[in-house]
Design a binder for this molecule. Structure first.
Ligand code: C2E
Ligand code: CA
Ligand code: CA
Length: 418
């Protein structure tokens, strides 16, 4: 019987990836994690395959169990690729190699700043896995832990219709003037019994079930309505909306969304559409046309999670993007890691050459803010300024932040952990 602690630890994990060329071991460990409530369990037969799976499910996988000796790409090479991808979940090594090799691999993983939680030897004893899981605590997990495992796609479909999927808004602040220049709409699922569920859980679920078009539309509907209300109080940030690939590949999307914005008395130029660097790399003829039309209509177009998607300079030059958002993993590490600092500086230089507005995401401390300001980045988004908050507290927050005063100042719901 698993101890209660280990059972809970496993259900805190939203996605497990097992990378091993031994099919029997894969079957056993898959069953182990499934039985203990992990919502998604994937497997791969070598490092290259493992990376493919990780790239497809990067938002879900937060536990990787990896063999060292595998054909094609071995475990040591795999660790380096995890570092390059800024993988931040748990990592455990499982190996039949001598303990000195396992120890070296463990040290290497640490040097790569990977969150290594165990090194197990083959033949695997289930008890070793239990002990490792019992020792897990996942304070850095930003997704609500156990609750989402119980939410199904049926619930999500329902939530999309009954209005339980709502945007929270996180301010973007100009570094120079410290004024609020934008707000990113970030989807939240307000579940009637499970509480608030974060997008890292339900966005992949929506993607896998063809619900992203509907989700993007819901977020847009509410972002537009909020913009109208805030505008009446003199609060008019540009609103950033994350655009899923489903919308980007729908040829009618630009006309529909522009008509909706126009009908609300707003301008397309008041909205910024964020596409991830990965979407940019994967773009098709249709999505290129959709992006071009959106840009012509006046929308800002931002490249999100920059630094994680391997785009090249030609792809950036090819299209008149307006903004580049440097991925938060670099910003967070810049305070103590020279490599991350150099990456941010290089991205900033590139962005300036291309005349893009530069945004740093994930600014959590004063030191992060100082670094970002010294690097010449234009805007900051991060917990240091504010966490995402509900639409009805946003205008008050802006007026207070900018010193414009308000009689009824309520604290935004920042204690939610999102
Ligand atoms: P993202 O677009 O990169 O959004 C930024 C994420 O970073 C948000 O997480 C935000 O809450 C978090 N964040 C901001 N500042 C800080 C900070 O200082 N420290 C830390 N630790 N985190 C910070 P969130 O809201 O959980 O969203 C996760 C991802 O889910 C988003 O990443 C985005 O890729 C996706 N997502 C959220 N809403 C939508 C949506 O409406 N449509 C689509 N397509 N994707 C969405
Ligand atoms: Ca974003
Ligand atoms: Ca981002």
């Amino acid at each position: 019987m698993p101890s209660e602690a280990s059972a809970n630890a496993a259900s805190d994990i939203s996605g497990v990836l097992i990378v091993d060329d031994d099919p029997v071991l894969v079957a056993i460990t898959e069953m182990f994690f499934q039985k203990r409530g992990a919502a998604n369990v994937y497997s791969a037969h070598d490092g290259a395959h493992g990376l493919e799976v990780l790239d497809r499910h990067a938002n879900i996988i937060d536990f990787i169990l990896c063999d060292l000796n595998m054909p094609q790409m071995d475990g040591i090479q795999f660790l380096r690729h995890l570092k390059d991808r800024h993988y931040r979940g748990h990592l455990a090594i499982l190996s039949g190699e001598q303990s000195a090799i396992v120890k070296t691999a463990k040290g290497l993983a640490r040097a790569h700043n990977l969150n290594i939680v165990g090194a197990l030897t083959k033949p695997l004893k289930i008890n070793d896995l239990e002990i490792m899981l019992a020792g897990l605590n996942a304070p850095h997990n930003e997704v609500a832990p156990t609750a989402p495992v119980l939410a199904t796609v049926h619930d999500l479909r329902h939530a999309l219709v009954n209005g339980s999927i709502v945007p929270y808004f996180q301010p973007k602040v100009s570094v120079e003037k410290r004024l609020v220049c934008g707000a990113e709409a970030l989807a939240r699922w307000l579940h009637p019994s499970l509480g608030m569920i974060g997008p890292n859980f339900f966005i992949p679920m929506a993607e896998q079930n063809g619900l992203m078009g509907q989700l993007t539309q819901k977020i847009f509907d509410q972002a537009i309505a909020s913009a109208v209300l805030w505008g009446k109080r003199g609060v008019a940030p540009k609103i950033s909306v994350n655009i899923g690939s489903e919308s980007l590949n729908r040829i009618e999307f630009p006309d529909q969304i522009a008509a909706q914005i126009g009908a609300a008395g707003l301008e397309c130029s008041s909205f910024v559409l964020e596409i991830t660097e990965r979407q940019l790399v994967e773009k098709s003829a249709t999505s290129s046309e959709v992006l071009a039309r959106l840009r012509i209509m006046g929308f800002g177009i931002s490249i999100d999670d920059f630094g994680t998607g391997y785009s090249n300079i030609e792809q950036l030059r090819e299209f008149p993007f307006t903004e580049l958002k440097i991925d938060q993993s670099f910003i967070r590490e810049a305070a103590h890691d020279q490599f991350a600092r150099t990456s941010v500086e290089a991205s900033t230089k590139l962005g300036k050459q291309l005349d893009l507005r530069l945004v740093a995401e994930g600014v959590e401390t004063e030191a992060d803010w100082r670094f970002v300001a010294e690097t010449g980045i234009d805007e900051v988004q991060g917990y240091y300024v504010a966490k995402p908050m509900p639409a009805d507290t946003f205008a008050d927050w802006v007026l207070q932040y900018e010193g414009r005063g308000t009689s009824d100042l309520r604290q935004p719901e920042q204690a939610s952990g999102f």
